[in-house]
Design a protein around this ligand. Structure first.
Ligand SMILES: [Zn+2]
Length: 301
């Protein structure tokens, strides 16, 4: 029996919950635990304290001490030091937090932090729908539209984590205003923040039930149309082997993806049209898995 390298601790920081688990050398997620973020309390120190407490509990319960910590956090992250460059009020006070350094001091372990959508992309690349491909682009479509780029099996996150913002590529010059301050972004045409109110449905679940039963919903057709266009622009810039679509939009299933593929085929240059567009596979633990994979890569695995 060969000696396996020690596992890593994975942490996922979201506006609703904080999750943790141990990612073993054979890709199992163990000692999984979570606590509510309690963002409404309005204190970054309180959130950080809960995160450190959760991490210590999981480390104490693990059969072997992890060798490193990977963190997937909402917000714009500078992955060099693990600083939070910007986060919305979903994580109050998180902007400017030296998250990586604070966790490293508290846990006495090397800590590596990435944006949660980037972690999602890395998880899918290594353990999910992107296995076997070297170059891929992921679009995470939820309230907004996030992007994650994997090149040669590693994340491309640009300087200070600023790469991969495919949701803010302008696809309609002079179009709708976006939350980022620009106009005509993909997010303003394919994100749930716009699509759901335009559809007249109170929730994505209610919309998905009717859509999957065959009902025609113009707001969904429009989102699929623009998502196909956005994916084509990403493909033209990056030339990936595969395009992944994930996030809560996955509830709309194969019918939605089929429409995205039709739109993509119109918008993409001919030689790019055979790039497959596939759904992500990993589900709710993708952030944790990505954080773990990221820690493995950064700590020299
Ligand atoms: Zn934007």
């Amino acid at each position: 029996m060969t000696t396996q390298t020690p596992p890593v601790l994975a942490l996922d920081v979201g506006g609703t919950k904080l999750a943790a688990g141990i990612l073993t050398a054979d890709d199992m997620l163990q000692q999984r635990a979570e606590v509510p973020t309690l963002a409404q309390e309005g204190s970054a120190e309180a959130i950080l304290g809960r995160l450190i407490g959760l991490a210590r509990d999981v480390i104490a319960a693990a059969p072997e001490r992890p060798r490193a910590v990977g963190v997937a956090s909402a917000g714009q992250i500078d992955p060099r030091q693990g600083d939070v460059v910007f986060a919305t009020d979903n994580l109050p006070g998180w902007t400017g937090l030296a998250l990586g350094r604070r966790l490293a001091e508290a846990l006495d372990l090397p800590v590596f932090v990435e944006n949660d959508v980037n972690a999602f992309a890395l998880a899918e690349a290594q353990l999910g729908a992107g296995r076997g491909y070297h170059h891929q682009v992921l679009l995470a479509v939820g309230t907004g539209v996030g992007g994650g780029i994997v090149v040669d099996g590693k994340l491309y996150s640009g300087s200070m984590g600023r790469g991969g913002e495919i949701g803010h590529v302008c696809i309609v010059p002079g179009g709708r205003p976006c939350t980022c301050g620009q106009i005509g972004c993909l997010e303003s045409y394919a994100g749930m923040r716009v699509m759901l109110p335009a559809s007249g449905y109170p929730s994505l679940r209610a919309l998905a039930d009717d859509y999957l039963a065959g009902k025609s919903i113009p707001a969904v057709d429009e989102a699929a149309h623009w998502l196909g266009h956005g994916l084509a622009q990403a493909a033209h810039v990056l030339g990936p082997e595969v395009l992944l679509v994930g996030g809560s939009i996955g509830l709309l299933g194969e019918r939605f993806l089929a429409d995205v593929r039709l739109s993509y085929a119109v918008a993409a240059i001919k030689s790019y049209r055979n790039i497959p567009i596939v759904p992500t596979q990993l589900g709710a633990d993708s952030g944790l898995l990505g954080a773990g994979v990221y820690a493995r890569q950064r700590s020299g695995d």
